[in-house]
Design a protein around this ligand. Structure first.
Ligand code: ZN
Length: 212
């Protein structure tokens, strides 16, 4: 999932669309523009491809049109394939949400705490359905990301509480030796918070997608 990709680059025209790959990788911030997976999360080489938003089998004249080229993971590319809505579908709002114009999440869809993404508009449903954005790997990744966000919030609250406690204890150290014991307990809480931090940044390991 992404917040929308705005084109920034203007490469000179090429006769082979594959030559745009370095520009597209940068343009799409090294992520799949549909599922949001970053290159660093891919386990194998060749996990990303150039996709024709308007399929080249239907829009041959746009095969090397830079604005029609998107950077995607192979799973999303395989799911989307040469699908494109007909005029009747478009009249019903059934079309792909263009990630270069707007984000899917927000107006067109929302992410549940389970990690599933649910449609709010016909375009959202069309996009989620055809690109299969509720693939098991993606749902697992979103759920883990949500859980990490919650853990991060808990960690911040705990660190704030520890800082407050230290501020209250510090003046006592001068006149009350017992405060040393209290400070030791605060130290233990701080150690626990640091362990939580380490766990928070452990790399996510999720299983590969089933074949689309
Ligand atoms: Zn993808």
């Amino acid at each position: 999932m992404n917040d929308g990709f705005k084109r920034r680059l203007l490469p000179r025209p090429r006769s082979d669309y594959r030559l745009y790959e370095p520009y597209l990788r940068s343009e799409f911030r090294f992520r799949c523009c549909y599922c949001g997976m970053h290159e660093s999360a891919a386990n194998v080489a060749g996990a990303f491809e150039i996709e024709h938003f308007r399929p080249k089998s239907l829009f041959a004249h746009r095969t090397t049109d830079y604005d029609n080229l998107y950077y995607v993971c192979v799973d999303c590319n395989r799911c989307k394939g040469a699908v494109w809505p007909g005029t009747e579908e478009q009249a019903l709002g059934l079309e792909f949400v263009d990630p270069c114009k707007e984000s899917l999440v927000g107006k067109h869809a929302e992410v549940l705490s389970t990690g599933e993404v649910v449609a709010k508009t016909p375009a959202g449903a069309y996009t989620i359905g055809h690109i299969r954005l509720n693939r098991r790997r993606l749902v697992n990744q979103r759920r883990l990301s949500i859980e990490q966000g919650l853990a991060f919030g808990r960690m911040c609250s705990e660190l704030e509480a520890i800082c407050d406690r230290i501020r209250k204890i510090a003046p006592l150290l001068v006149t009350n030796p017992k405060a040393v014991g209290e400070l030791r307990r605060v130290q233990e809480r701080l150690d626990a918070a640091l362990v939580l931090t380490a766990n928070l940044w452990r790399p996510l390991k999720v299983p590969h997608d089933e074949a689309p």
